[in-house]
Design a binder for this molecule. Structure first.
Ligand SMILES: NC(=O)C1=CN([C@@H]2O[C@H](COP(=O)(O)OP(=O)(O)OC[C@H]3O[C@@H](n4cnc5c(N)ncnc54)[C@H](OP(=O)(O)O)[C@@H]3O)[C@@H](O)[C@H]2O)C=CC1
Ligand SMILES: Nc1nc(=O)c2c([nH]1)NC[C@@H]1CN(c3ccc(C(=O)N[C@@H](CCC(=O)O)C(=O)O)cc3)C=[N+]21
Length: 283
C-alpha cells in the first residue's frame, strides 16, 4: 500500500511554526479577501482560510462582492486595497461572478501584495524560474512543499499534470519544470488515448480537473506518486479526482481527499501572507 501524503498533519506543523514566526516578528499582517458570497465553495473555503489565519495571528478583512458586480468595480476595490498601507496581502477567491474576468483582477493586485501569486508579474517570475522574492500560487507551492517533506525529488522524473488553470495546472507544471522534472501538461483537448499513454509512463501524476474519480488505479504505473488536487462534493462528502481505493495499492505515495492538498493550500497562503508583510516592512 502506498504511503499517505498527510497534508493535514504537515499543514498543522507549518501553521504552528508560522504562528511563532508571526508573533516574534511583531508584524501585523492583514489579508484582504475579495470573494463572491453567493458561491458555496467560496464561502466555505474563505471561511476556512480566515479561521486558519486568525490562529496564526494574521488578521483578515472580507470584501463580499455583489452577484452583478462588474470588472471595473472590482478593479476599483483592488486599487483601494493596493493603496491601503494596513493591508499587506490581497486574495481574490476564484471564481468571481460571471461578468468578471478573474485574470484581469489577479493582475491588478500590486505584486508585493499578491499573496496567491496569480498576477502576471508573479506568474512571469515563476515561469522564467527567476531568482528573488515572489509569491507562488498556494496550491502548487503546497504540493511542492509536501513532496519535499516526503523526500520526493522531481529531478529527472516524468511528471504529468492534468488541468491547466492559472490557479493550479500552469504554475504546477512550471514548478515541476523548475525542479527538473520532464513535464506533460494535459487538458480537456488531450486525446483520451494520449492521456492514458502519458499516465502509464508517469512517475508523478498531479490531477486537478474537478471530475470525481477521473483517474483510476489501472491507468497508472506501479510505484507512481499520486497527488489529487480535485475538490468535488459527492453525496455531501469532499471527493477528489483520483479513485483512491483503486489507486492506493499501486501508488508509492498518494494524497487523500480530504486531508491532502487542501490543507497545504491554506498553510501556504498564510506563509505567503507573512512573507509579503515581512518584505513590505523591509522597504
Ligand atoms: N485542493 C485545493 O487546494 C484546490 C482544489 N481545486 C480543485 O481542483 C479542481 C480544478 O480546479 P481549477 O483548476 O480551479 O478548475 P478550472 O475549471 O479552472 O480548470 C479545470 C481544468 O481541467 C481541465 N479539464 C476539464 N475536463 C478535462 C478532461 N476531461 N480531461 C482533461 N482535462 C480536463 C480543463 O481543461 P481546459 O483548460 O482545456 O478547459 C482545465 O484546464 C477543482 O475540483 C477545484 O475545486 C482548485 C484549487 C485549489
Ligand atoms: N484565488 C484563489 N486561490 C485559491 O487557492 C483557491 C481559489 N481562488 N478558489 C477555489 C480554490 C479551492 N481551494 C481550496 C482550498 C482548500 C481546500 C481544503 O482545505 N479542503 C479540505 C476539505 C474541505 C471539505 O471538507 O469540504 C481538505 O482537502 O481537506 C479546498 C479547496 C482554494 N482555491
Amino acid at each position: 500500500m502506498g504511503t499517505i501524503l498527510d497534508g493535514r498533519a504537515l499543514s498543522k506543523d507549518l501553521k504552528l511554526a508560522l504562528g511563532d514566526k508571526v508573533q516574534e516578528s511583531g508584524l501585523e499582517p492583514k489579508l484582504a479577501v475579495v470573494f463572491d458570497p453567493t458561491n458555496d465553495g467560496s464561502r466555505l473555503y474563505v471561511g476556512m482560510k480566515q479561521r486558519a489565519a486568525a490562529k496564526v495571528g494574521i488578521a483578515t478583512e472580507d470584501i463580499a462582492v455583489d452577484p452583478d458586480v462588474t470588472t471595473e468595480a472590482v478593479l476599483k476595490i483592488v486599487a483601494d486595497l493596493n493603496a491601503d498601507d494596513t493591508v499587506t496581502g490581497i486574495l481574490v477567491q476564484a471564481p468571481l461572478p460571471e461578468a468578471v474576468n478573474d485574470q484581469e483582477i489577479f493582475s491588478a493586485i500590486a505584486p508585493a501584495k499578491d499573496v496567491d501569486g496569480l498576477g502576471a508579474y508573479n506568474q512571469g517570475m515563476l515561469f522564467g524560474d527567476q531568482q528573488g522574492e515572489y509569491a507562488v500560487a498556494a496550491t502548487p507551492q503546497g504540493v511542492m512543499t509536501m513532496l519535499a517533506h516526503y523526500d520526493i525529488n522531481p529531478y529527472g522524473k516524468k511528471a504529468v499534470v492534468v488541468g491547466r488553470s492559472q490557479l493550479f495546472g500552469r504554475p504546477m507544471a512550471a514548478l515541476l519544470n523548475n525542479a527538473d522534472a520532464t513535464v506533460t501538461l494535459a487538458h480537456r483537448y488531450t486525446p483520451r488515448e494520449m492521456l492514458l499513454a502519458e499516465l502509464k509512463d508517469a512517475d508523478i501524476v498531479v490531477v486537478g480537473v474537478g471530475i470525481p474519480n477521473f483517474i483510476t488505479g489501472d491507468q497508472i504505473k506501479d510505484g507512481a506518486v499520486l497527488v489529487d488536487v480535485g475538490m468535488n462534493v459527492v453525496d455531501g462528502k469532499a471527493t477528489g479526482d483520483i479513485d483512491f481505493d483503486s489507486a492506493v495499492d499501486k501508488a508509492s505515495f498518494i494524497t487523500p481527499v480530504p486531508g491532502g492538498v487542501g490543507p497545504m493550500t491554506i498553510a501556504t497562503l498564510l506563509e505567503n501572507t507573512y512573507q509579503a508583510a515581512l518584505n513590505q516592512n523591509k522597504q
